[in-house]
Design a binder for this molecule. Structure first.
Ligand SMILES: Nc1nc2c(c(=O)[nH]1)N[C@H]1C(S)=C(S)[C@@H](COP(=O)(O)O)O[C@H]1N2
Ligand SMILES: [Mo]
Length: 530
């Protein structure tokens, strides 16, 4: 190796700049590195946050309806792979062109790498399921792109700016450039490939479970939702919540990525005999499908931490009976694979007809990763934090008096027992909405899981309570929609609602914060008629 060459001058530029081939290759390698690293970090931290896939999703979600329709009709189920390959080709061309534009100065290439990185950021941030952790992968991706581009570009400049006098040095620098390029290329492919494998572990497992669920003969199928079950035309949500729209609450820093075949759950503690269940054990048990509305205790008055789905699962009560749960075990202490834990009152789960499930499906497919894949608990009528453990892997029959067995939120001063409170919500008109004078339809939802809604009353501007029209009841474990017509003059109006459940209890006017056992009080929506 020669040590006689003058040190490289970063600012010096030869007339010709880099050879076109090298310049283009550097652009391509840098963008490959960005995509590969982004995909791997996403698989490790937050599977849904791969910048490449997020851009694909954004393209699908924001394409005009006729375009997506055309793609579906033309390509069928291949539409997604075709879109992704198309994207890959376009990105590769952009990368090569950006590289070639950077023969003299790295600026054009860097700009393009950064713009692509920002696109990834944007796509991840507007995804339907988003948590701040999702920003790590696009950040890593951007860093990988910028660093590889800068690194390779300056190696190349040094190689090709060397004066012909120091040929020996030029040759060795060329070797360094080749080495660097191979390293970046291999690194990009290996990290992208590892990301694919990691991500696909859960992806493949979910696909398998979904097809198993579709092929399964359910012993109980949720009845079809009748047309009159929702008043979507006047502003209520759809009766069933689409999986990507289902509210999500958890303290998981990253979504656990356990596959169905790796899953097992031990049922132990105050039982006659311990049972360890595998996913195949669950599949070979009678599978039932039930329409259930879940609610979070943190849902404020008028809030949207409430959703409805068709859960598929097995009866938790039957499993506990088989395990011979002891009468004194008043707490079922469940733990998720990521270490979260909660205690559920045993008497509720063991109530005949309560319908508590170890759930493995939602709306006909495997549980989405963020909703507990492969297995979660669901207990109709209890807030999620004391009953709905996602990614559940351990169930211990114990007592509430055991100081070592206190649920995560119980330790943080939330209530031990948390039945869902009877509540109603106004969906239309929204607060501060402006609506035209004349007939105004007020609508919303009401819930009293496992008791059922008897009636909903509405009043305008503090006037008399009027009974609203209720939607067709699906079952007592689900929300019920309501609507009422008013004729209103111009000006500001305040509408309130209150639900009465099947036990005869009317939603209290007493306002309470969500902590410790759920919000109460009447919602008031103020809107303007003009
Ligand atoms: N493993 C785990 N399970 C959990 C939680 C959690 O933080 N970790 N949060 C609970 C809470 S507070 C609620 S309201 C429900 C929400 O379930 P979802 O995200 O599927 O709507 O999950 C429950 N199960
Ligand atoms: Mo919750």
């Amino acid at each position: 190796m020669s040590t006689t060459a003058a040190p490289p001058q970063p600012t010096a530029r030869s007339r010709a700049g880099l050879p076109v081939g090298w310049a283009g290759l550097i652009g391509l390698l840098a963008v490959l590195a960005a995509l590969g690293v982004g995909h791997l970090v996403a698989a490790l931290v937050a599977p849904a946050s791969s910048p490449f896939l997020a851009v694909g999703d954004a393209v699908i979600n924001y394409s005009p309806e006729p375009v997506t329709e055309f793609a579906k009709v033309t390509f069928g189920t291949a539409d997604k792979p075709i879109l992704l390959s198309g994207m890959a080709v376009v990105i590769a061309i952009v990368a090569v062109v950006a590289g070639i534009a950077s023969r003299r100065s790295p600026r054009p290439g860097l700009t393009v790498v950064i713009v692509l990185g920002v696109l990834g950021f944007g796509a991840v941030s507007i995804a339907r399921v988003f948590s701040p952790l999702d920003l790590i992968a696009p950040l890593a991706s951007l860093a990988a792109g910028v660093l590889s581009f800068r690194g390779l570009h300056s190696l190349a400049l040094r190689t090709y700016e060397t004066s012909p006098r120091s040929r020996a040095s030029g040759v060795s620098r060329r070797n360094v450039l080749i080495g660097g390029s191979v390293a970046v290329g291999v690194g990009a492919l290996v990290s992208g490939g590892a990301g694919l494998l990691l991500g696909n572990g859960v992806g493949n497992s979910r696909r398998t479970v979904t097809s198993q669920l579709k092929a399964a003969r359910l012993t109980e199928r949720a009845p079809a939702i009748p047309a009159g079950a929702a008043f979507t035309d006047v502003g209520t949500p759809t009766f069933l919540t689409a999986n990507p729209d289902f509210y999500r609450i958890d303290v998981a820093l990253r979504i656990p990525s356990q596959t169905a075949s790796a899953w097992s759950m031990k049922i132990h503690g105050m039982v006659g005999k311990e049972i360890t269940l595998t996913f195949d054990d669950l599949l070979s048990r009678p599978l039932v499908e039930r329409t259930i509305t879940m609610t979070c205790v943190s849902n404020p008055i008028g809030g949207n931490l409430i959703s409805t789905t068709n859960f598929i699962g097995v009866e938790l009560r039957d499993i506990l009976l088989e395990a011979g749960i002891q009468p004194g075990a008043d707490q079922l202490f469940s733990t998720s694979v990521d270490g979260w834990y909660t205690g559920t009152p045993t008497d509720v789960v063991m109530e005949p007809g309560r319908g508590a499930l170890l759930a493995i499906g939602m709306n006909g497919e495997a549980l989405p990763p963020e909703h507990g894949f492969p297995v979660r608990m669901v207990v109709p009528g209890l807030y999620g934090y004391v009953s709905a453990t996602k990614w559940v892997v351990d169930l211990e029959a114990t007592t509430f008096s055991d100081p070592a067995k206190r649920g995560y939120w119980l330790e943080r001063s939330w209530a031990q027992k948390a039945p869902i409170k009877t509540m109603s919500r106004i969906d239309s008109p929204q607060g501060f909405a402006k609506v035209p004078a004349g007939k105004v339809t007020v609508s919303g939802i009401a819930w009293a899981q496992h008791t059922g809604i008897e009636k909903v009353e509405v009043r305008m501007d503090g006037g008399p309570w009027r009974e609203a029209t209720l939607s067709t009841e699906v079952n007592v474990d689900t929300w019920r929609m309501w609507k009422a017509d008013f004729t209103l003059a111009a000006g500001s109006h305040t509408v309130q609602s209150r639900a009465t459940d099947r036990s005869g209890y009317t939603q209290t006017e007493m306002r309470a914060d969500p902590i410790p056992d759920g919000a109460s009080g009447w919602q008031a929506a103020i809107f303007t008629v003009s």
